[in-house]
Design a protein around this ligand. Sequence first.
Ligand code: CUA
Length: 352
Amino acid sequence: MTRKLPRRSHARVVRLALFAGAMALLLAACSQPYPYNTLNPAGPVADKQADLFAVVFWIAVAVFVLVEGALVVAMVRFRSRGGREGMDIPKQIHGNTRLEVIWTILPALLLAGVAVPTVGTLFDLADVPEGGLRVNVIGHQWWWEIEYPDLKVITANEVHVPTDRPVNLTLRSNDVIHSFWVPRLAGKQDLVPGRDIELSIQAPTPGTYRGQCAEYCGLSHANMRFRVVAQEPAEFEAWVEQQRTAAPAPAPGTDAAEGLEVFRNPLPQGTGACIACHAVQGVEGAVARVGPDLSHVGGRQTIAAGILPNTEEGLERWLRDPPRAKPGSKMPNYQLSDEQIEALVAYLRSLK
Ligand code: CUA
């Protein structure tokens, strides 16, 4: 009796498993939602970029199919067949002037065809739209400072914008090169120290658009995330009003009041003070812009540039040991006591 059959079906099972695994990986790319999908553009800037991409992509697909197709035909048709060497050598065309001219001119025409829409789109996108909302985005290792110069608002890691209005960003860096990238709204744009770089975005519908630093900028480059929060114009106005109003001082005797004391005074551990780096509106002396402005930190979706949820647990984890939550963090571990952390968490959450 032969054992061949089981062995063959075993190989089939392995092949099937490999195929299923590969399909699972492939289909994982289709899982919803895709907040970082540049092929799911939103707004006029991203739409123009996606349109240009489509033109170049389909030209490239046509070139790929023609070139690879010719290669496959040549490989199959003129392959070596055992015992018939020399029988299938094709006609040699080395030095054929007409062919040389054709395959020099054709790619040149193709590149010219790609250049026309590319240059047009580049000039189109370089125009700063009139009547746009001015926002300064300042890159820091490893967080984003967001400033509205006309509205006198400063925040961090969340760019609130009204829908259907152009937003003219001025990108700056405080230290090294970063890159502002909100895949659904616009292509990547570097932030270069010593330079002001313009970028316009426009969000068509309310919602949160995810962003990520896209230029390697040190240890926590991957942890330098942000969000563009698009709101209906009226809702955006309300947000601006709230940002311009200092959060009410905590009631005496509460945990939050105790937290304010921890925030304002040198830490008993003798290592520094929160107030030396962070600003909070309405708190005397709290004007530093070394770290994020905390005036309304309680109202943000996340903390630590998008890597921790803005919850009691998230804040506690951050304050317990910042460089552990975010490697390389410029905020050191101050060895805060449980009481200090609890008080600070209550205070920060009160800053709505
Ligand atoms: Cu900032 Cu990478």
